[in-house]
Ligand binder design. Sequence first.
Ligand code: ADP
Ligand code: MG
Length: 428
Amino acid sequence: MMEVTKQLLLNLSLLLVLLFFFQMKMEKNTKALSVSSYRIYFTLSLLVCFLLTNTVSPEYIFDLRQIPLTLIGLYAGLSSSVGLYFITIILRGFLGIDSGFWSTVFVYGIQVLLTGSLHNWFLSLRLRHKLFVSIGFSVTPSIVWFTLSANPSHDFTNDFWISYLLVPIIGTLIITYTIELIKNNIALKEQITKAAKIEAVSHLSASISHEVRNPLSATRGFLQLLQDPTLDEEKKRTFSQIAIDELDRAEGIITDYLTFAKPDQVNEGPILVSETVKNILSVVTPLANMNSVEVKMNIEKDGKITGDHAKFHQALLNIIKNSIEAMPDSGVLSIKITETPTKAIIKIKDTGIGMTKEQVHRLGEPYFSTKGSNGTGLGMIVAYSVVYSMDGKVLVDSHIGVGTTFTLVFPKRKDAKKESLPEVMNII
Ligand code: ADP
Ligand code: MG
């Protein structure tokens, strides 16, 4: 009998190993546990039970099959439990069609119908009650079975009771408890993701209002000046032009930030890298002037790439803005555009404060910012996610006090296909 207990414990530990893998898989996707994942886990568990089955005497076959058979109904519902029931009967059939086989058909038939129908009720229970219910269901068949087929000539030792009742009870307890833990973790993760999203939105609105406020207050100032009736025509024109420009800037900032808020909208097309860079430089010139940053642009070979123009603009802008911000009192920003036969390469180099290895590592982490209330820590995630969505790569080389170089590598646009189309048609 001791052997049987050992074997059952082995069986149980294999079920736990399976559960461990199951949990690892679940940890990866944050969606709630699906019926199919329960089906996979419990079916594999059942197979393990049958592989490690113990034939004590013709009428006693011990294994832990009652655990998957009980829990699948409670966790995944009637159709799953009935499915697993048929698999059980087939597998048990291979071991012999004897009285044990018919007891399996009968006892588990009732069992899976009951557990499957109680599925919704079970899921609404509190943890402790779930444990009681699952244990109750998993030992009931053993007890019924025992009453039906007990052979008085058997000598029922302690080992027998351990194998017959204790191991299944402990197994059911651990497995139910672990499944509940996994479910809890997933629910927690979902909550955290939601909270992070809400936080991102509020950070985003904070930074939009912050950056939009400056041009708006400038505009307001010039409009106020315009109210002066003694102002000559020339000045009026200049002031209103400045007001318009400032409003355009505010509008531009909103549009730029909103490319992050609308990640689903894709508007793909050809992008000429140098044009985007020139556009951005005109936007950031005031910032560069304020920091006495000299801007150098070197177009070695212009690359044409594919992507959403607004998002690409946003990504580059965020990187270039950081470079300028890294040089609060003077420095040189050099932007070099070049290409290889298959790649377009953009190098953005600053002579700014630089970053430690740890800081480089944390780039692209939401809300990582060393700028206190002036930073949002959103610029780099936007940049990284845009670059990755365009199948691009970001390489960072940074040294404290020396400066930082961001190298962006994108696959070049293949419009060769379109050009070769007429040729192909000629051949046909
Ligand atoms: P923010 O600019 O709002 O702080 P970002 O996501 O744009 O947020 O950047 C995150 C952090 O990365 C910055 O706070 C800064 O510490 C660091 N960083 C990014 N680019 C550079 C750079 N060119 N030089 C030095 N540090 C940089
Ligand atoms: Mg930034």
